[in-house]
Design a protein around this ligand. Structure first.
Ligand code: UN1
Length: 509
């Protein structure tokens, strides 16, 4: 039976039908013809299958690209303020559906409801900001060296944009790509992670209901080797924005370079929280709880290294350890829960593997260290919040992204060494400093090799109107969010206009 965006496929063990989500191509919800699916499992309760995700075919990706290409000319000609207004409609609709989207997010990704609501509020803010930018897509006027010559710039859309997004922020990251892309006049093909199809469908339903014309937004579920590969290599795609692992992002960059198209990648992080001896240790510990263990550590901005001045390292470890005992781990649907599960089994196993690596490298296990197997937790992919002490920067747990609730404490003899240790990784997304010393704060903001610095707040988060992104191995291409997001999604054109009405006497340049 075909209904709305879902197709009922087969009954689950409990007799409830499991639906397979559909693609959205050229303004129509269509079932994939591939016949291949993967189950979307609730990571807090692995007996619950929420739906199936279709593994769409290359042909379906091609159809979505064609639909986007066909819709481009008309969409490009739609005035930017009108495009912005549609995004504003979408914002209002998302606002009405916060709870519905938050529940889907918590069930399929695992983060707690409070975090899901926060992520959706951030997405609403981004939509609001991008909608307003439709009225501000300004160029500039530039003085000419020649009389009666007018120079000005205009911003124009790039064309068909492929948006490839991860499971860990399955609402905010797609929205922070979709909103500027669409308001700037591009058409898009959106490929979400196969772990989070329900939230992707809800976002696209909202954009459809807001009035975006057919073909402007297309959604194709599926794997990287088929759908992703087609999006990266199809000659009709003009730009690719990707958030995910370095392995995949760097491969996309290399592939896309063959066609010389623009690429924006937001990838890994190994973000430090630096705690100086003058810091309020309780506030700093709270920062580690939020930054290191919030969202189960599954965010590129997660704080996985805590660099503490040696004079307070022992005390700080005790404060943190005590605070960690109060963390409640469980199903994110329970309002009492602080931390949810890993998103899926392989991810949990990666986290457990890194905990083993930490042990074998000689780090001291201070807290946690294993999967939770008691009655309340054995049905989910729950890993205990884990703290390692005596970590040094040669260890893999200090250098590699773990993407789980694992934090390492590294001692520094003084501020200068702390900065050196903070910068001693290949990544460069985010860094925090806890201190009241203004000179050190200013110095840290200047010297930290990252795209964003937080003083006396954790490494995570960001506001809609501020640019977001990293440096070093974390990122490729321009920043996301804020007005800067429009740099990636627009071409800047310069126009020279001669109104002398005469043949130009000299062509000086
Ligand atoms: C945040 O902490 O601000 O993939 C969200 C990620 C990021 C989003 C982080 N792109 O984790």
């Amino acid at each position: 039976m075909e209904t709305g965006t879902l197709r009922e496929e087969k009954a689950s063990k409990s007799g409830t039908p499991i639906t397979t989500v559909k693609n959205f191509i050229g303004g129509k919800w269509v079932a994939s013809a591939s016949g291949r699916t993967v189950p979307n499992i609730n990571p807090a309760k692995t007996t619950e299958i929420l739906c199936n995700t279709p593994l769409s075919t290359r042909e379906e990706a091609k159809a979505a690209i064609s639909a986007a290409k066909e819709a481009f000319a008309k969409w490009r000609a739609t005035p930017a303020p009108v495009r912005g207004k549609l995004m504003f409609n979408a914002m209002l609709l998302l606002q009405e559906r916060i709870e519905d989207v938050a529940v889907a997010l918590t069930k399929e990704e695992g983060k707690i409801l409070r975090e899901s609501r926060g992520e959706i509020q951030r997405s609403i803010n981004i939509m609001e900001y991008a909608a307003g930018e439709g009225r501000r897509l300004k160029g500039s006027t530039i003085p000419s060296e020649l009389q009666n010559t007018f120079i000005y710039t205009i911003r124009q859309p790039v064309g068909v944009c492929a948006l490839i997004t991860p499971w860990n922020f399955p609402v905010a990251v797609p929205v922070w790509k979709l909103a500027p892309a669409l308001v700037a006049g591009n058409t898009v093909v959106f490929k979400p992670s196969t772990y989070t199809p329900l939230t992707a469908v809800k976002i696209v339903e909202i954009l459809e209901a807001a009035g975006f014309p057919p073909g402007v937004i297309n959604l194709v579920h599926g794997g990287g080797k088929t759908v992703g590969d087609e999006l990266v290599n199809n000659p009709d795609v003009s730009a690719i924005s990707f958030t995910g692992s370095n392995l995949v992002g760097n491969a996309i960059y290399a592939q896309a370079a063959k066609r010389g198209i623009r690429v924006q990648c937001e990838m890994g992080g190994k973000n430090p929280i630096v705690v100086l001896e003058d810091a309020d240790l309780a506030i700093a510990a709270e920062g580690v709880i939020q930054g290191g263990f919030g969202s189960t550590g599954q965010r590129c901005t997660a704080a996985s290294r805590v660099i503490v001045e040696a004079s307070v390292a022992k005390k700080f470890t005790e404060v943190l350890q005590t605070r960690m005992r109060a963390i409640r781990i469980g199903d994110g649907m329970d309002e009492q829960t602080d931390i949810g599960p890993s998103v899926e089994e392989n991810q949990m196993n990666t986290v457990l593997k890194y905990i083993d690596i930490g042990r074998s490298e000689g780090a001291t296990l201070v807290a946690g260290g294993g999967r939770m197997q008691d009655d309340r937790h054995k049905q989910g992919y729950f890993v205990e919040p884990t703290l390692f002490g005596n970590v040094n920067m040669k260890m893999r747990i200090a250098q590699e992204e773990i993407f789980g609730p694992v934090v390492s404490i590294i001692e520094a003899k003084d501020f200068d060494e702390a900065v050196e240790l903070a910068n001693n990784v290949k990544y460069g997304l985010s860094a925090s400093l806890y201190s009241q010393d203004m000179a050190k704060i200013m110095k840290f903001a200047e010297l930290a090799e990252v795209g964003k610095v937080h003083i006396n707040t954790p490494t995570i988060g960001g506001e809609a109107q501020a640019p977001f992104g990293g440096i070093k191995s974390t990122a490729i291409g321009p920043k996301e969010c804020g007005s800067e997001a429009f740099e990636f999604y627009t071409e800047l054109k310069v126009v020279y206009l001669d109104y002398t009405g005469k043949k130009r006497e000299t062509n000086i340049y």
